[in-house]
Design a binder for this molecule. Structure first.
Ligand SMILES: C[S@@+](CC[C@H](N)C(=O)[O-])C[C@H]1O[C@@H](n2cnc3c(N)ncnc32)[C@H](O)[C@@H]1O
Length: 345
């Protein structure tokens, strides 16, 4: 039996239809390089993810506690399993990301997985929270996940209603949890013209007993086209981009996660949007920063996305550990993820 056994949350299987241990194993391999010999293990009819490691230090336990599918951790002592106390590694209660339910929402567990493997790929030193941009942020699952993990979240979203709904939800949630914060929506003007709105929230306390990693965490969203992201954010650059691309399918009767092409016309080709948006996003990444994206492989092959990345100075991460994330979402969506790192100039 391996020395350590990670019990996975049952909800992970609802997201990945039986593939949760494969995804969790790949996430662990990438984001927790201090573990070895990861393997699916069954003990008394219950499935675990087993692994070996040297005695676990506090920061390593925190990394394990932040895994997207972890429920509990055990150390094997002969035939017995001894529970290991995981630290409180999340700054906020996880109902922040689980309460909102809407068509087109990216599952919160998958969002955390994508954030974890992207953050683990950044090749620049960390001095405090990372800045994470989601340039297709919807109602902000990536941004609230960033907060939970102790980072700043920034977004761009074309659907103004989605930004309004996120703002209303976040304000209510922060008030109900009695957290110190500010949150407001304001108009955005450029050269005397109104071009949309922005939502700004600042978090100044975490849940009881948990320290914020900085004086405050920022969360900002601009309404607008993602291809205007650099125009909206100006000179600001980011340590990471984490985004779930539109799938090119309609979600529900009224809401769509379609892609807006030129002049606001609907363009159902996510590949076309990515071709135009990637140069903009790449320019907003700091050198050594990482871009993690999930997308529907039915609309765009992995090699074609890798080609688009390289053309924009982003080097896709390679190796078998990166090829185990593909999974079926439904009959029209097969989701995969890719992380690429901006080369140092
Ligand atoms: C897959 S959804 C992301 C959902 C988000 N992660 C969440 O959980 O709410 C893709 C989002 O991209 C937005 N979108 C599509 N084309 C866009 C564009 N050209 N500019 C800005 N946003 C766009 C859609 O409105 C949608 O909210």
């Amino acid at each position: 039996m391996p020395h350590h056994l990670m019990l996975l949350a049952p909800s992970a299987n609802r997201v990945y239809a039986g593939e949760s241990s494969t995804l969790a194993a790949h996430e662990l391999q990438i984001s927790a390089p201090f573990v070895r010999g990861i393997e699916a293990t069954t003990v008394a009819g219950v499935d675990y993810l087993g692994f070996e490691s040297d005695p676990l230090e506090a920061d390593q336990l925190a990394t394990l506690a932040r895994q997207s599918a972890v429920l509990a951790l055990f150390r094997a002592e002969g035939e017995l399993l001894a529970p290991i106390q995981l630290p409180d590694a999340l700054l906020l209660d996880d109902d922040l990301v689980t309460i909102p339910k809407y068509p087109g929402k990216t599952n919160e567990q998958f969002t955390r997985l994508l954030a974890n493997v992207t953050l683990a790929s950044i090749r620049r030193p960390a001095n405090g929270p990372r800045s994470i941009l989601d340039p297709l942020c919807g109602r902000g699952t990536t941004l609230t996940t960033a907060w939970m993990l102790g980072h700043h979240g920034y977004g761009v979203e074309g659907d103004e209603k989605a930004v309004e709904q996120m703002s209303a939800y976040l304000k209510t949630w922060l008030r109900r949890k009695r957290l110190k914060h500010t949150a407001e929506m304001t108009p955005v003007r450029r050269e005397g013209k109104s071009i949309g709105r922005r939502f700004d929230a600042r978090l100044r306390s975490a849940r009881p007993g948990v320290e914020l990693p900085a004086e405050q965490l920022e969360l900002t969203v601009f309404t607008g086209d993602t291809r205007q992201s650099q125009y909206l954010y100006g000179k600001k650059t980011f340590d990471a981009i984490v985004t779930d691309a539109p799938y090119g399918v309609v979600h529900g009767a009224h809401q769509t996660s379609d892609v807006r092409g030129h002049a606001g016309k609907r363009d159902r080709s996510p590949a076309g949007l990515l071709g135009e948006a990637l140069p903009v996003w790449a320019s907003q990444l700091k050198p050594g920063g990482a871009l993690g994206i999930s997308w529907n492989t039915h609309g765009l092959a992995r090699e074609d996305l890798a080609y688009l990345m390289r053309r924009n100075g982003l080097e896709p991460q390679e190796g078998p550990q990166w090829l185990g994330f593909g999974h079926r979402v439904d009959s029209s969506i097969n989701r995969d993820l890719m992380v690429a790192v901006k080369e140092d100039q």
